[in-house]
Design a protein around this ligand. Structure first.
Ligand SMILES: CC(C)(COP(=O)(O)OP(=O)(O)OC[C@H]1O[C@@H](n2cnc3c(N)ncnc32)[C@H](O)[C@@H]1OP(=O)(O)O)[C@@H](O)C(=O)NCCC(=O)NCCS
Length: 209
């Protein structure tokens, strides 16, 4: 199955990741206007494109899914699938590799309960097992430790640390690129090996400059 053949509906024991519906509008409005949630995120996320969350929900299928730009899913408790706890996202799909990126943002009141870790795991399993991706990536601002830990616990490696990216803010931001490759499984380089190799490259570069 291709990633965009059908809208994912992903369940774990505790959570459901499902398509947004019109009754999510009030919760999404509060969520997407909360600066504490968006402090360490790009300024161009789809849920913030329109001021009114009803418009976001109405247009997300046509403007994200049908164009194969991204997939936005509401994170909900399995016991109460009407209640939105956050957003999970799949984006930057490259069918030839095949590769996709994952993202998540959680309501403040649910932080620290392992939700991001679980959502990253659910997205990873879906992408590997259901739509047969070979590579999964995630971009995280360097100072976002909880997000980095959620990825690390799911076997992603911080393969490209310290890349400057344009996240729509006044200045570029320092981002780490995390990667999972199917063919490595959990056998990627250790963080120490990555740092050591990068330090050696930097040293060679400064010697030849
Ligand atoms: C970052 C974010 C997604 C983490 O979500 P979460 O559900 O609280 O994360 P988890 O509970 O799965 O925690 C992940 C790890 O971070 C740790 N952690 C949680 N909050 C922390 C904090 N304030 N400081 C340090 N570590 C923290 C947890 O202990 C856990 O590590 P452990 O399993 O070794 O104990 C959430 O804070 C959020 O939505 N922030 C705003 C949006 C955002 O930044 N999204 C990510 C963009 S890349």
């Amino acid at each position: 199955m291709d990633l965009f053949d059908e809208m994912p509906h992903i369940e774990s024991k505790r959570l459901v990741l499902r398509e947004f519906v019109s009754s999510d509008a009030d919760a999404l409005n509060r969520f997407s206007h909360n600066q504490r949630i968006y402090r360490l995120l790009p300024t161009f996320l789809y849920e913030q494109r329109y001021n009114d969350a009803r418009v976001v929900i109405e247009r997300t299928r046509a403007e994200c899914f049908d164009t194969k730009e991204s997939i936005l899913l509401a994170i909900c408790p399995r016991k109460d699938p009407q209640k939105m706890m956050g957003i999970a996202e799949i984006y930057a799909y490259e069918p030839r590799k095949p590769k996709a990126s994952i993202g998540y943002r959680i309501s403040r009141r649910y932080w620290g309960q392992g939700i991001a870790t679980e959502v990253a795991g659910m997205l990873k399993s879906y992408l590997l097992d259901e739509v047969h991706m070979r590579t999964i990536t995630a971009h995280v601002i360097r100072k976002n430790i909880p997000s980095a830990l959620a990825l690390k616990k799911n076997g992603l490696f911080r393969l490209y640390p310290g890349v400057w990216e344009d996240w729509g803010q006044d200045k570029p931001v320092l981002v780490d690129k995390w990667i999972y490759k199917r063919r490595w499984g959990n056998q990627g380089p250790t963080q120490e090996e990555i740092e050591k190799a990068l330090a050696a490259i930097k040293q060679t570069q400064s010697q030849s400059a």
